[in-house]
Design a protein around this ligand. Structure first.
Ligand code: UDP
Length: 370
């Protein structure tokens, strides 16, 4: 009945469905949630687009991905500049001259570089072997202790010396006064929300919601010649080799009758004691204005609590440490033997993909299929 069954209506699934449909293939998209857009799903409250599964700020260096998305959304000029709150002391993120000035009183880039070098030497770090060593070697011990250690241990539920170095390399370190969190040529938030963007991608494509592929795989597989599966790879195989670990998140969202709670879209709580990692104030993703351009009198905030994933929870982040990497490798061997199924996306490939990387991966996979 269908050329392709696409399991998951998140970015990977929506892009794959769009491209295959445009190439003349008949696609069916299913998702076990009651909505499309996966974790980039946004929902309007009081004129505010609420990022229901955590903040998503689109950024990319890929001209191809950026141009591609313009077909489905108009992007605003939002630039991510989170603020770190360490026990009431506020610091600029990512790590830049404002951060170094506040931390050490240094004024010039040379003074900041010297301070980092002094702290790196004192810590005796050579080639960094884990996140802790990588962080100290990038920004020194003071910033590690105040802005990285507590946040990272809360986020990942593991000590920093047990985490891979690459996680912290996501964050830029700059000897300039530039609070832009991302080193990206293109950045912004889709006007009207990500759900609208995903709906535009899926226009004219059959999508069925509240449908659980794994609950009746045999029946679904009969419907199509091939399957693109974007759920967790270990769940696909009935967790037969053991569970891959994920980090999960719990969100507490509040509508407040005030116009401004924290003055910024994201404030990170970088101490170890505060139980949440960050508070998102959604209206600032769109400059506090509703679609008509009026100031919104209320505000919606979300506290983000990291949690260890257990069966039944939503998986958000793959835990790309050695143990899980090895286990993933074994599931990947099984996946490679599946002739009818393609695994894609953050969960299907167990990769800490950003949105642009997911889109690019889907575009490339479809080229390969076609
Ligand atoms: N991080 C940190 N302090 C911060 C923000 C981030 O130590 O204030 C570290 C932390 O280890 C985190 C990593 O940098 O997991 C990547 O952060 P990013 O903001 O890219 O994570 P995401 O938005 O994907 O959760």
């Amino acid at each position: 009945m269908y050329d392709h069954l696409i399991v998951g209506a998140g970015l990977y699934g929506a892009v794959a469905a769009r491209e295959l449909t445009d190439a003349g293939k008949k696609c069916l998209v299913i998702d076990k949630r009651p909505h499309i857009a996966g974790n980039v799903y946004t929902e309007e409250t009081e004129g505010i687009q609420v990022h229901k599964y955590g903040a998503h700020i689109f950024h990319t260096n890929s001209r191809r991905v950026w141009d591609y998305l313009q077909r489905f959304a108009e992007f605003n000029r939002f630039t991510n500049s989170p603020v770190a709150n360490y026990r009431g002391e506020l610091y600029s993120l990512p790590f830049n001259m404002y951060t170094f000035n506040k931390m050490w009183g240094v004024v010039t880039p040379a003074e900041a570089a010297a301070k980092i070098e002094e702290q790196r030497r004192a810590a005796g770090i050579g080639e960094p072997k884990n996140l802790e060593e990588q962080a100290i070697s990038l920004v020194g011990t003071d910033i590690y202790e105040k802005l990285i250690k507590g946040y990272t241990q809360k986020q990942w539920g593991r000590p920093c010396d047990k985490l891979p170095a690459f996680i912290i390399k996501r964050l830029p370190v700059r000897l300039t006064f530039d609070n832009n969190y991302f080193n990206a040529l293109y950045q912004g938030i889709p006007v009207g929300g990500y759900t609208k963007m995903a709906a535009n991608m899926l226009e004219g494509i059959e999508a069925r919601l509240n449908e659980d592929y794994l609950a009746d795989r045999a029946a679904w597989d009969k419907l199509a010649d091939s399957v693109i599966y974007t759920g967790p790879i270990d769940a696909f195989f009935g967790n037969c080799l053991g569970n891959l670990e994920y980090r999960s998140l719990r969100f507490e969202t509040e509508l407040l009758d005030i116009p401004n709670f924290q003055g910024n879209a994201a404030v990170n709580y970088t101490d170890a004691e505060t139980p949440w990692t960050r508070i998102i104030e959604h209206k600032w993703f769109e400059f506090g204005r509703d679609p008509e351009g009026s100031d919104i009198p209320k505000t919606v905030i979300t506290r983000e609590y990291p949690a260890e994933w257990k069966p039944g929870d939503e998986p958000y982040y793959p835990v790309n440490d050695e143990k899980n990497g090895t286990l993933y490798g074994k599931y990947k061997e099984l996946a490679d033997k599946e002739t009818k199924v393609i695994f894609g996306g953050r969960l299907g490939e167990y990769r800490y993909y950003d949105m642009d990387q997911v889109i690019l991966a889907a575009l490339e996979k479809v080229e390969e299929i076609l």
